[in-house]
Design a protein around this ligand. Sequence first.
Ligand code: GDP
Ligand code: IMO
Ligand code: MG
Length: 435
Amino acid sequence: MAGLVIVGAQWGDEGKGKVVDLLAEQADLVIRFQGGNNAGHTIVRDGETFKFHLIPSGILYPGKLCAIGNGVVVDPKVLTEEIAELSRRRIDMSGLRISANAHLIMPYHKLLDHAGESQLGKLQIGTTRRGIGPCYADKAARLGIRMQDLLDEKILRKKIYTALEPKRLMLRPFAKDPELDLHTMSEEYRILGHRLEPYIADTPPIAWRVIDQGGLVVFEGAQGALLDIDHGTYPFVTSSNTVAGAACAGAGVGPRSIDDVWGIAKAYATRVGAGPFPTELDEALGERLREAGGEFGTTTGRPRRTGWIDLVALRYATRINGFTGLVVTKLDVLTGIDPLYVGVRYLGPEGATFDEFPYHQSIVHKVQGDLIELPGWHEDISGVRSMDELPANAQSYLEFISDYLDVPIVMVGVGPARDEMIWTGAAERLRPAAA
Ligand code: GDP
Ligand code: IMO
Ligand code: MG
């Protein structure tokens, strides 16, 4: 196996960080390929919790090559803070590489994100307000500033000047904000560039080398399929392609370098921010899932909306990503909820039913999940390490999902800790020695 892509199969926060951390032991390179610090990837190791926003979830292995690919948008302030914090915790950062072509989140991107959301009022997307959308917009408009620009003071200042001028109009309410001063901004970014310089690199050749030598590259996705800018519930999406296909463009490798695509899905569903959510739960049970699953945003702390697993959306995610394997996380959170429900089709207005994810926004916004009931289980499953030790009803629940999607389940999460994972068939060979 040369290339394994790990992507979110739902609305983000499926547990990608934990899975990437586990697979990283066998990997020669872990590379993030899209998104920015809107992501929050959690790893729990020996009772210690790490939350990564930009740094790939493989960094806990000393010296492991971990790259931030060209497709990522980098807030250099957040990145330097993340590096400093990890260094303080004695994590070896020598394997970190940052693509010279990655675009930078600038102070005006964050202000624009805030302003855009305020203007939308009740219609707001509920972004993380980290400047992600405006940064990708500048990238497409060819007004972006890249990591490599930090290394040349003159170019940096010139590019900031060019990008900043059109923003002034849009940001009139912030006109006096010192963050918008050309000199202050150029100076701040020059200093940040100086700090990040040791990590800046030409990252695609690093990936090519690993692939040529028959090594393993783990491509770490952020967000999830339904937040994809093309295939998600637009406009309630993030501003990048989150699907597996984006791994190639965002890391600089061809599709032939990808052998496997694993989708990560919770055993139920969550969404943070606004937008359609057909299997969303009512207050009491939704709250119970939120509490049991600790469903509060890793990045913003916002309570996550909760619902039953939505197999219509998951089958759609399977197709747009081409999953070769599915990782089901947080099965333990469902313990004690009996019966359980799974969404198997959508019910629309006037008795319409949908077996496939509808493309039309006004339909997606109105549908509700048509649920079928499955029996739950009450045994504590956090100590279970093989499929056949799971309660029969938990096995049936997983089988139902796998059969519906026609994708094999490769791992099952039964708790947040590293070892709280069931490794099945395909995943076994990638199992770290200690897990
Ligand atoms: P990511 O953005 O996809 O990496 O996911 P987040 O880190 O934002 O959210 C997943 C949360 O679930 C984190 O707090 C993890 O520690 C936790 N988690 C991951 N897998 C499991 C699991 O199998 N069971 C339980 N109970 N928690 C899990
Ligand atoms: P990880 O990688 C969950 C959501 C935001 C909002 C929408 C757009 O941890 O799974 P943005 O700031 O990207 O412009 O916000 O996308 N969102 C996420 N939701 N997990 C994430 O990342 C997310 N990143 C963005 O809540 O609805
Ligand atoms: Mg997250």
